[in-house]
Design a protein around this ligand. Sequence first.
Ligand code: PEP
Ligand code: MN
Length: 446
Amino acid sequence: MSAPVPDLAALHALGPAQQPSYPDRAAVDAAVARLRQMPPLVFAGECDDLKAKLGAVARGESFLLQGGDCAETFDGVTADNVRNKLRVLLQMAVVLTYAASVPVVKLGRLAGQYAKPRSSDLETRDGVTLPAYRGDAVNGFDFTPESRVPDPQRLVDVYNSSAATLNLVRAFVTGGYADLRQVHTWNTDFVRESPVGQRYEQVAGEIERALTFMQAIGADPDEFHRVDFHSSHEALVLEYEHAMTRVDSRTDTPYDVSGHFVWIGERTRQLDNAHVELLSHIRNPIGVKLGPSTTPDDALALAAKLNPENEAGRLTFITRFGAGRIREGLPHLVEKVNAAGVEVAWVCDPMHGNTFEASSGYKTRRFDDVIEEVQGFFDVHRSLGTWPGGVHVELTGDDVTECVGGGEELLEADLGGRYESVCDPRLNRVQSLELAFLVAEMLRKA
Ligand code: PEP
Ligand code: MN
């Protein structure tokens, strides 16, 4: 038995950051009431399975690959889009598993990633100021007064869009698409022709020969035909996460059944505030983003509050320092947390400390900075004898032009070609595969 989950009013009394200012309280109550009636999107037992896998990550036996859009959109819930994201994650996971011989835990940043923290409440364009876009969970991307008003009905739309996405993902991962014998068919269209696509072809060929051999000797385990895949998102809008928190009948403890894994963002990780409070009560595996201002005491206090039983797999620290700061900033954090005997999986988000505005006005990231931060992360962990447990990346399965660099040497001048993100810039499919090969190399040495 655990302490009861505080009600929404009690959480709001703590003054949480980054919440929508809804104009119509009655409409919020109606949306929350509707959500409370909806069936769970994920099952508590699945969350426990993921927690056990993340326990292996914390112990240094597995590697986490967590990726997807910065912000999903309702319009983006199409069969092609969901399949493309899944496909690039499957390709990356195969590269990491095969090249580094380490089990890879696959976690989508999808089926719930609809709410965004913003550095400013307002956005000004050509002298017009409106509320900032906070993700499809809150308001519309269109820059008009009507579209930018927070609408709580959108929380119900988040539920429905997440349900549709998860339904398709579940079908793909168990229904044959993720079968290892499909390893060649994931390498389609524009990627196949690229140098990294050719490199992937080779790996796929080797895997296929191994599978044929296994089959010839009569071995055909279930693991060849399906993959474990879980969902994750930032737990940001309290109304949504609270309404989706349910007491699990098996264990009589609360789980947030909006996704398998939820994390607290860099802007909402205040120890005595609502997000940390709410997530301290749920039993899912959870994460906290840690930026360069995090002190070792902050990290220790978060661990004490969020994982008082020091259970491996319960808590993941996702560090996002920036390529220029990680080598200096990360060591003292890891050192102190490790010395205190805290069980945690360390994961590198090489995206959020490396964003800048190109002269054309597009928000972008350099592929080389992303790689440099991951390399710094691996180097720091190697020097301390701790395990670099995984990567958390913003990516898409499409051929977008949002991050500069990579093997295709995308330039700032190319950004306008296909910039589709409504929030942060994502690695495209070629850049994502390149990252996987480079990380596999680092893992092999780790
Ligand atoms: C994000 O993951 O999209 C995000 C906003 O990250 P952070 O909280 O680390 O800034
Ligand atoms: Mn982002």
